[in-house]
Write a protein that binds this ligand. Structure first.
Ligand SMILES: [Zn+2]
Length: 410
């Protein structure tokens, strides 16, 4: 199996990675643009776009920013609202796998930046049905969140007639160099379906067996081309106009706004996805058995390219984290109502580790000691762990975690 000479992606990356004659991957080649493009010129292009939408209607918001309590949102809102003086409407889709850290980050985000926010929480019971169904259909416990978080902002854009949606970085560009930054790729329904949604639209998820009917799914339907054209909805990616460095951006947000971070189970990076119990844990373990690599490889690759990490340190980190079993499997089983056997049976057809000649870790494997060591070394030296948990929060709660397992008892 070919592995890039520079980063640590191999040819089993699901987003169509390619290698040149020097054995360097397309992601690394496009990443070189980060050090060769004139980013001042790029930003001027962004300002032109923003200028067009700013104050277009005095009665309306200038743009929509999809946000969460776990990643890049502070940086994006700070940039768009405070630096570029836009009036954004925040929209957030409730993942239901929320951590307290993520809830706090999201609530402080709204308060600190003085933004209005529209949130969407779908019925927990229906979420569970959807998860059980998509686990069996496509081996995913996260599809429902990809669906909601890519559909809801567009629905709000159409409904409230706010044509501009501002996203962070384009995954296909940042990971595998699918396009050049100068292509200025924008949000498309096609990319969303093929990559974010693994080839399935909401319309494809109707199941008698799992009691999911069209009426349940209709609220997740993407707006029609006609609706999108009428309002002129477009979604731009800031990563095409700003030199994106997620690590430095998060550290700026910790210093400026007390953004909360958290140690993760299966990766050394404590900044991303801190709002979710499942993303860097069980969902990432599933990614590993499907594709032979986990989030730690994404994070290592990103840091190598940005010169935050050597390739050898990256290899050591992958070795240490890749086989760590998910810590929150029982939390997921308890929530979803599946037994461990049912869960593993549904997952089995998607396990490609044997085909990729990789040993399958057992789910009950104990946490390796060296993993704990590495995470504590990293957190002290390279990454900041920051929490607001000890703050006195005896004030009005803007919003809090809804506990959704038991109705009676505690
Ligand atoms: Zn590479």
């Amino acid at each position: 199996m070919r592995v890039c000479k520079r980063c640590l992606y191999s040819e089993n990356h699901p987003l169509n990675i390619t290698f040149d004659k020097d054995g360097v991957c397309s992601g690394c080649r496009i990443h070189e643009e980060k050090d060769s493009l004139d980013w001042g010129e790029r930003e001027a292009k962004l300002l032109k776009i923003l200028q067009y939408y700013r104050g277009k209607s005095k009665k309306n918001y200038d743009c929509i920013i999809p946000v969460s309590g776990g990643k890049d949102s502070y940086f994006i809102v700070d940039l768009v609202k405070n630096k570029y003086k836009m009036r954004p409407l925040l929209v957030s889709y409730n993942k239901q796998y929320n951590t307290k850290t993520g809830i706090r980050n999201l609530q402080y985000l709204k308060t600190i930046f003085e933004c209005d926010c529209i949130e969407n929480t779908i019925s927990p019971t229906f979420s569970k049905k959807l998860v059980r169904h998509t686990l069996e259909k496509m081996g995913s416990i996260y599809w429902h969140n990809h669906l909601g978080s890519t559909t809801f902002p567009v629905q709000i854009a159409v409904k409230l007639k706010i044509p501009l949606i501002i996203w962070g970085v384009h995954q296909g560009i940042d990971q595998v160099g699918m396009f050049s930054h100068t292509d200025e790729v924008e949000m498309t329904r096609k990319y969303r379906k093929e990559h974010d949604l693994m080839g399935y639209e909401a319309e494809d998820i109707i199941s008698e067996k799992d009691e999911i009917c069209e009426r349940d799914m209709a609220k997740h339907f993407y707006p029609s081309d006609k609706e999108i054209e009428t309002i002129g909805v477009r979604g731009i990616y800031l990563g095409n106009y700003i030199r994106w460095d997620s690590k430095l951006q998060h550290e700026e947000m910790i210093a400026k706004y007390n953004y909360e971070t958290m140690l993760q189970t299966r990766t050394f990076n404590p900044y991303d996805n801190v709002d979710c119990f499942m993303y860097s844990d069980l969902h990432d373990y599933i990614k590993f058995i499907k594709h032979g690599f986990g989030k730690v490889t994404d994070h290592v690759t990103r840091e190598i390219r940005l010169n935050h990490l050597s390739r050898q340190d990256g290899l050591n980190l992958i070795d240490s984290y890749q086989l760590v079993p998910p810590k929150y499997l029982n939390k997921f089983l308890d929530w979803s109502g599946l037994s461990e056997k049912e869960f593993l049976d549904k997952l089995k057809p998607f396990n490609k580790l044997a085909r990729l000649n990789l040993n399958e870790p057992t789910l009950k494997m104990p946490l390796k000691e060296d993993v704990k060591n590495i995470s504590s070394i990293l957190s002290q030296k390279e990454y900041t762990i920051n929490s607001r948990a000890s703050l006195n929060e005896d004030k009005f709660l803007l919003f809090d975690k809804g506990y959704i397992n038991k109705i009676k008892g505690n």
